[in-house]
Design a protein around this ligand. Sequence first.
Ligand code: NAD
Ligand code: DAU
Length: 355
Amino acid sequence: MRKLTNILVTGGAGFIGSNFVRVLLNDSAFKGRVINVDKLTYAGNANSLNDVAEAKGDRYIFEHADICDRAKMDEILSKYDIDTIVHLAAESHVDRSIEGPGAFVQTNIVGTFTLLDAARQFWAGKEGVLFHHVSTDEVYGSLGDTGYFTETTPYDPHSPYSASKASSDHLVRAYHDTYGFPITLSNCSNNYGPYQFPEKLIPVMIENMLQRKALPVYGDGKNIRDWLYVEDHNSAVWAIMQNGTLGGSYNIGGENEWENIRLLHELIDIVSEEANINKEELTSLITYVKDRPGHDRRYAIDCDKLKNELGWKQSVTFEEGLRKTVKWYLENREWIEQIQSGEYLKWIELNYSAR
Ligand code: NAD
Ligand code: DAU
């Protein structure tokens, strides 16, 4: 098992990153420090980790910085003597990448390159260091009715988001193959859970139900995604970082495929019970809207490599995870109001309402 001590987490104020910081600092076997580097875009909220900041004292440090800023990355690596990087910072929403791909190229490609190169220089000649890159199953493209993405499925991205993530994956692997740079990489399916920005399917639908707004289903609603609870994604990332093969890639998934429309009906059942809202009223809000351009039809993950090599498995059933998520959104109105008070509302007004 690798000994990881001063861990730099990029994007630690985002949905998956903040959960990763929490998972790490709550692991009693981990005695090191976490340095969270985040630019705080519309999707980042440093307050998501207030409890951790308070409980963990100087084992948790927040640095407000852009991963594209090379001088700042050099300074942070050296200031905290970083031995491990887990790279989550990204522009992460497919619809936004269609409206404005530039930010995706900048953060996901240029930012990843900047961080990789700063680490390569800082770690020259050092042993026991690791760069873990967090990526997506969307790099593999779209499946038909059958089959699964494996670690050897050829890349075939369709959106500017997935193309930018594919590019960053290639850079990470190229640094390993060219410079012997120590990397591990993971490609995960759709995450859900607390603190997810309400632009992704599940929190959009929960929020719209609570506000009795239309529930926008893209196309025919029959696109399929594989859903995984965020904590299960992060337990896998942590397992790969500690015991994964250097240079290796691992698929992570829920083995939990749902058509969007079926998932929406499931969610309506849960919200109706938990928030005590009439089920028929919620069902009547379902609205089919224009499809997303280049909309991938089906994602499905084969994560046998991760299970067999590292003994990882999912721990939360979809029913449990969805219920916990709905309860969290009901109980954390302050967080929702805070995160929605910025850029996102302006963006949604400009783009989303025009669909
Ligand atoms: P998110 O949008 O919730 O959070 C991204 C975080 O990155 C935010 O805190 C943001 O402020 C920060 N950030 C953005 N640009 C930055 C920059 N230039 N410098 C520093 N910080 C910056 O995203 P998420 O859903 O938590 O996804 C995290 C990572 O996991 C991404 O790399 C994404 O591609 C990957 N991923 C996400 C999913 C999913 O279902 N959400 C699935 C598989 C992989
Ligand atoms: O597969 C992993 C990826 O999952 C991650 O890499 C991305 O960061 C993450 O955003 C997610 O991408 P998707 O495009 O699959 O997620 P999204 O929640 O945007 O959409 C899920 C499905 O729901 C997709 O088929 C589009 C559809 N959809 C989405 C929204 C927001 C709707 O029908 N209506 C909606 O309002």
